[in-house]
Design a protein around this ligand. Sequence first.
Ligand code: ZN
Ligand code: ZN
Length: 405
Amino acid sequence: MCATTRPGIEDGNRKSEIVKKKKTKKASARPRSRLPITDSRLPARMTAVVKTKPLPGREGTQVKSVPVPRAGPGEVLIRVLATAVCGSDRHIYKWDESMATIVKPPRIYGHEFCGEIVRFGPEAERQDLREGLYVSAEMHVTCGHCRPCRTGQRHICENTRILGVHEDGCFAQYVVVPAYNVIPLDRHVVPPRVGAFLDALGNAVHTTQVADLSGKSVAVLGYGPIGAMCAEIARISGAARIAITDVHAQAAAHARRWASSRRLSHVSVIDLTRTKDPAGSVREALGGGADVVLELSGAEASINLGLAVARRGATISLLGIPKARSVTIQDYTGCLIFKGLTLHAVIGRRIFETWIKMLDLLRAGLDVEDIVTNEFEGLESFHDAMALLESRQAMKIVFYPNGRP
Ligand SMILES: [Zn+2]
Ligand SMILES: [Zn+2]
């Protein structure tokens, strides 16, 4: 079952905190929400997107009525205001091998969302949380006791359970998450339209946070939603030059629109299908080479392009996952070793440094709203949304399962 980290069982200090809190419960009772939600206001059933069968497309996914989940010990129930579709949701929908081996139907999927707390399970108290609070959540549930967890690296926990993959997720009107994983949000800084995809934005922030981008030449390889977020982070971080590559004309067009909307003269967009010399084009755009390469596509050719355009001593940040588990590196000696490159493999979000940095960047003006291309009220249009993503007509799709907030 879910390896949640529950208050009171992780370590002695926290346990004593909880005990102390219980003793003074009356004096320090949780602030009441503006509109306290009574049982009669919580419906018994909700609409959710469920992977019902191990089959691709409409046959394997149903938008259906299911019971509203209950918050167990250490958990909170959240009413989902907005939720967004991630690339891995498409793999679940299409039942690609990468997800078919992990997801066990029936499963509610979805792992990017924001919402409002409606219920606390037993022992789920946290001083900064209350009913009605606007929040998001880290959906990687970590054990808290393995070696990475104990050394401040929860993002690579050996026992990670992902809500929306291993356990039920947020393509629903309500979702249950461990209180530990909840992230309070400020509506003025993070509107629900953006709060819907903080999980993905966190991937982008994590990809960029392994290097200082200010004054650097940055290559953004792959302009899907996360590439688009990385480019915007590079902009606000003060990158001197940004080169964006993609193999899809729509993606290149989207990148050009982004650059012109912000009047960025230091951004070059390279459509790889129209370039005879991709490495030469990227080097030229970056004044000789990349100080930092952000690889988001996972394509073998793109990974090799990144190594080829990297300057000596450059940092390569790798988030993209290849279709096959293995890739062939061209000229490993010349492109990697002799250049003295630093490679960072990026998984998830640093818990919780990435979240803190992301919210600070949003507060400082990081603007990713234009990445959302399509919005739907309710979840009923889920299959249509999948078709839009498949045809690359859509970049990021947001659903409002309880209506537009
Ligand atoms: Zn995701
Ligand atoms: Zn762990």
